[in-house]
Ligand binder design. Structure first.
Ligand SMILES: [Zn+2]
Length: 265
């Protein structure tokens, strides 16, 4: 059977991401790392600034949603095991696989709904970190001590982090609407963001790193028929996810009626 995708429109979530604790998203270890520090953070090769990869955000939101909905983690991809629906029947009702995607070779899979872009450090934060004269450009070096359980010997190890207070933005998530059910699933995207906030981003989360918050969240759409003209849910951005969640019902009503109207054939 040939599948025909019918794109009704897209919902855009634009926001800032604030590091509430130090943030360590690991980069490639190399002899070129600044100052020869271990456990470096990922940096934009052009600007030299740390950034938040979209894959880190999306991967964390996905894994949190898999756990939240108790889905079987049944497919090994490299180092990690993720949930992936095995048949069309499970897929039809799955809150994860439509949004976050399925391996393309499965014949029942449809387009991945959610795109999450890389997020750069804001110029304001870059300037503030420059002025603060951090250990390394835009980052701090945190020392942690591992204790040998038998000998009690302490082994210090170091980790590079973006300091608390740093702001990344604008972050952009793009959610595509292919059928009416996608409009309902939009609330699941927001759940994924909330679950990520309550967990952590990057490494060493259980030891205090990686608490982040979404700020100044704007929701707007572009829809079939008038794709060039964006439609805003409201003028002022939501200050945080709590404020957005409190208006979720009204937001869903708006999405269906004005945001991305879906007339299924
Ligand atoms: Zn699934």
């Amino acid at each position: 059977m040939t599948q025909k995708a019918n794109l009704y429109g897209r919902v855009f979530i634009e926001c800032e991401i604030e590091a509430l604790t130090g943030l360590h998203i690991g980069g490639a270890e190399s002899s070129l790392s600044i100052g020869g520090v271990d456990n470096v953070v990922i940096r934009d090769p052009l600007s030299g600034r740390p950034y938040v990869p979209g894959s880190s955000l999306k991967g964390k939101m996905r894994s949190q949603m898999e756990k939240y909905h108790g889905l079987p983690q049944n497919r090994r991809i490299g180092q990690v095991t993720i949930h992936s629906c095995d048949d069309a029947k499970d897929y039809a009702g799955c809150v994860v696989c439509h949004i976050y995607g399925l391996p393309g070779e499965l014949d029942f899979s449809t387009s991945t709904r959610l795109v999450v872009r890389d997020v750069q450090l804001t110029d304001e934060s870059a300037e503030a970190l420059n002025k603060a004269k951090t250990d390394l450009p835009y980052s701090e070096v945190k020392w942690e001590v591992a204790i040998d359980r038998v000998t009690s010997a302490a082994t210090p190890r170091q980790m590079e982090r973006v300091p608390a207070g740093a702001v990344f933005g604008p972050a952009e998530m793009v959610y595509s609407i292919y059928d009416a059910a996608d409009l309902e699933r939009f609330a699941d995207v927001i759940d994924g963001m909330q679950l990520l906030e309550d967990d952590y981003l990057g490494g060493s989360g259980s030891r205090g790193s990686g608490k982040v918050a979404f700020r100044n969240i704007r929701v707007y759409t572009r829809a079939k028929g008038s794709y060039r003209k964006p439609r805003d849910f409201r003028e002022a951005p939501f200050q945080n996810l709590d404020e957005l969640a409190a208006q979720m019902d009204a937001l869903l009503v708006w999405l269906k009626k004005d945001g991305v109207p879906v007339q299924e054939r």
